[in-house]
Design a protein around this ligand. Structure first.
Ligand code: HEC
Length: 109
């Protein structure tokens, strides 16, 4: 039973990692349409904070869960009232999640 739980856990972690991709140069270009000074380091930091702060109470929501228009208010509410993180961290998460949402998925076939 215990090993089954570990296998399920590993499958879950793998799924999360692919649905919450590392930022790419293509994603940075999309981010810079909204935030001209955005950097790849900022997006990477936003992803790190998102993964750490937004998976404690529920599964980490994939960027595809909401639209680019819906995300900022949700991240603001979740970040300020639930995760209790700083405004700066909320902004980093927003940059990462919104630009990840707007980046087309790489074709695998
Ligand atoms: C302290 C617990 C907690 C933390 C931390 C937390 N959430 Fe939530 N989240 C909830 C609860 C409870 C709900 C469902 C009820 C609600 O919407 O208020 C929810 C719902 C959501 C939803 C679905 C709501 C919708 O509008 O579809 C999203 C998306 C979400 N959270 C994103 C985040 C993000 C992003 C973070 C990190 C900044 C985060 N959550 C951190 C407790 C938490």
């Amino acid at each position: 039973m215990k090993s089954m739980a570990i296998v399920m856990l590993l499958i879950g972690l793998t799924a999360c990692a692919t649905m919450v991709p590392e930022p790419t140069p293509a994603q940075l270009e999309i981010a810079q349409n909204r935030w001209p000074t955005a950097t790849l380091a900022e997006l990477t930091e936003g992803r790190r904070i998102f993964v750490n702060q937004c998976s404690g109470c529920h599964n980490l929501p994939p960027p595809s869960e909401l639209t680019p228009a819906e995300w900022p208010a949700t991240i603001q509410e979740m970040g300020a009232e639930y995760a209790k993180i700083s405004a700066a961290d909320i902004e980093l998460i927003t940059k990462y999640v919104v630009s990840a949402r707007e980046t087309p998925e790489p074709k695998t076939d």
